[in-house]
Design a protein around this ligand. Structure first.
Ligand code: TYD
Length: 231
């Protein structure tokens, strides 16, 4: 693949979205984005930021169904239905967004990907891991990240952070955050197991530190990867 695919993963309140945006700003400020223009074909951007669920038009509708507690009325979402909705979002995202950008040389920064399904639906909901791997395989067409930052945070700490954010009346607790603490502890274990199984791809970042300290660590790791990828 001409482009490179970087994913940000973690539990609730780990700061993924903040860090993804800081990386995007740093890439521009440090001149990497302009250097990468030389590697891109056609009208594709040197850097794309995107997310799962919700990286396509179809995905935005799926995201609303999955996270907005009011979107399905009073009907609870079945766990298998939830798994399939995340897979549907991913299949659309991979074929309509991720693959075209990566094939044309963009660097893609993505907020969550397959490891979230293993952690949340596999460890959190305790659904069958073999089935999840098969679904991930179908949805991704085999596309894996080049590098995944796992922002690791104690769930009690992370959830407290999200609740602080939700003092803003515009922001409500979503359906996934509302799960019991044991669910969040299990999914943290899921990310830990994944990091052990895939040390070549997943880097654990200690996310209890301030945003600045976390950002510096991520930039340090990225800088050396970028020098390898864009000599
Ligand atoms: P996200 O947009 O990262 O929300 P937040 O900023 O609140 O972390 O992710 C949406 C939610 O969807 C989050 O609770 C994790 C969950 N999720 C899964 O359960 N499975 C998946 O496969 C994905 C991609 C996300």
């Amino acid at each position: 693949m001409l482009g490179k695919f970087i994913v940000f993963e973690g539990g609730e309140g780990a700061g993924k979205t903040t860090q993804l945006n800081l990386v995007n700003e740093w890439l521009t400020g440090s001149g990497w984005t302009s250097r990468m223009k030389g590697y891109v074909q056609g009208d594709y951007p040197p850097v794309l930021t995107t997310r799962e669920p919700g990286g396509t038009a179809l995905g935005k509708s799926i995201r609303k169904l999955l996270l907005d507690v009011t979107a399905t009325g009073n009907e609870a979402i079945d766990e298998e239905a939830e798994l399939l909705l995340f897979a549907a979002d991913r299949a659309q995202h991979v074929s309509n967004c991720l693959l075209p950008h990566l094939q044309h040389g963009s660097l893609v920064l993505c907020d969550r990907y397959t490891d979230s399904t293993i952690a949340y639906q596999g460890y959190g909901r305790e659904l069958d891991l073999t089935l999840i791997h098969q679904l991930n395989q179908i949805a991704t067409q085999g596309l894996a990240s080049d590098l995944t930052f796992w922002l690791d945070i104690d769930p009690e700490f992370g959830l407290a952070r999200t609740h602080d954010r939700e003092q803003d009346p515009e922001i409500e607790t979503d359906r996934m955050e509302a799960n019991e603490i044991a669910f969040h502890q299990r999914l943290r274990q899921g990310f830990a197991d994944l990091a052990r199984q895939h040390p070549e791809r997943i880097v654990r970042i200690e996310a209890h530190q301030s945003d600045d300290v976390v950002a510096q660590q991520i930039q340090g790791i990225l800088e050396s990867r970028l020098q390898e990828w864009y000599p």
